[in-house]
Design a binder for this molecule. Sequence first.
Ligand SMILES: *[C@@H]1O[C@H](CO)[C@@H](O)[C@H](O)[C@H]1NC(C)=O
Ligand SMILES: *[C@@H]1O[C@H](CO)[C@@H](O)[C@H](O)[C@H]1NC(C)=O
Ligand SMILES: *[C@@H]1O[C@H](CO)[C@@H](O)[C@H](O)[C@H]1NC(C)=O
Length: 466
Amino acid sequence: MELRVLGLRPAASALLVTLFFLSAARPPVFSASPPRYSPDWASLDARPLPGWFDAAKVGIFVHWGVFAVPAWGSEWFWWHWQGEHRPDFDQFVRSRFPPGTTYADFASRFSARDFQPHEWATLFQEAGARYVVLTSKHHEGFTNWGSPVSWNWNSVDTGPHRDLVGELGAALRERNIHYGLYHSLFEWFNPLYLADKKAGFKSQYFVLGKTLPELYELVTRYKPDIIWSDGEWEAPDTYWNSTSFLAWLYNDSPVKDTVVVNDRWGINCSCHHGGFYNCQDKYKPGTLPTHKWEMCSSIDRRSWGYRSNMKTDELMDTSSIIQELVSTVSYGGNYLLNVGPTKEGVIAPVFQERLLALGRWLKINGEAIYESKPWRVQRENGTARTWYTSKGAAVYAIFFTWPEDNVLILPSPDFTASMKVTMLGVSRSLEWHAVPGRGLEVTLPSTVPSLLPLQYAWTLKLVGVK
Ligand SMILES: *[C@@H]1O[C@H](CO)[C@@H](O)[C@H](O)[C@H]1NC(C)=O
Ligand SMILES: *[C@@H]1O[C@H](CO)[C@@H](O)[C@H](O)[C@H]1NC(C)=O
Ligand SMILES: *[C@@H]1O[C@H](CO)[C@@H](O)[C@H](O)[C@H]1NC(C)=O
């Protein structure tokens, strides 16, 4: 936050915030049962991931904040403008906003006046999402709920004058969609953070006065199913008090049995510690990972936050979205697909169209996705580009190229004589033959693909594979 937001001079603000909130940073007490997890990674990493997360597979990520007001560049607008002092950002502000405009001034234009949480929830449900993750606070520090440690840099005291975190959560829960909260540990310009940074992260004014009170409040007030942590990379987990927060979360918090977290809890944690692994953004492993992971991706390839000047060729098309989803799930990951709403709270029709197309595909093919497990083989490089998943006695082969002669070859499955092959969305069984040295030859429904209920990718269900 800028000092203008706090309405205080630098030294005074740092001191006051510190004195006032040191006392607030205390873990709320909920349970007296003996702690199962101790505040170290060996113990925390041994916690089994609550099963709902792996079963869910598909989530929607929502990046929303004051950055939706300039809606230009990306959600890193403030940093590019006043951290890096990029002339194009300076020029942008001077050409579009009154002289002397600060980033804090944008907040009053973050209106959310068209934000209909129930419409969003319906859209996400139709997209096939089993969970949604909202930015409760991005690196700009603006909280989308009325955080008492945010001064007025929050959505209740300024801008929307609404509890965005609470409203979306209530609408999602009515539809049984799990609710996750993204939370940035650091804030680019928070004076307390900058003071700690200057002290080589030997002091913890910011963590004790801001980060931890926020995290404790988010958990006790909104009972999230996921804490999606970010902004960890400048400081070690010991500075963030991450292990002690997570021990509280797993032992004593109101969501101790259901909550999952990611891996961004301090330098070198990502891909090594925490709950599921995100590793870097848009992570794509080349082989089957041994640890539960999630791939986050964005329909707008260039930004997570809304940009008013997106171009069509900068967006993911439906086919790429479905390919990313399928390859991710085949490799045991969850797929978290991002949209950035406008400052009014509109999810642009082009994003809606992509989400609804994904949902239509999942309506037929979701059987191969939700609750699935990786199979012995994850991908085949044949002409059809086939990916596999499995569930119980079924193996699913999802292919992206319809063979010209209508015959799909699957080299990997070891068949049995009684094996049944069907295509999801098509009622009758398909004929198949074993061809020595080639594998299974499956005769696909003899119709032009455009007459099938779906495009983009098709799923064969094989029951009775050895
Ligand atoms: C921060 O971590 C220390 C050491 O693990 C612990 O004693 C303290 O209670 C933690 N503070 C908060 C607010 O969680
Ligand atoms: C992070 O890992 C790198 C490479 O393994 C190492 O050089 C560095 O010291 C580590 N940093 C911290 C804070 O542990
Ligand atoms: C398929 O092709 C990719 C890229 O050419 C290669 O990295 C991968 O190892 C191949 N996989 C198999 C199963 O042949």
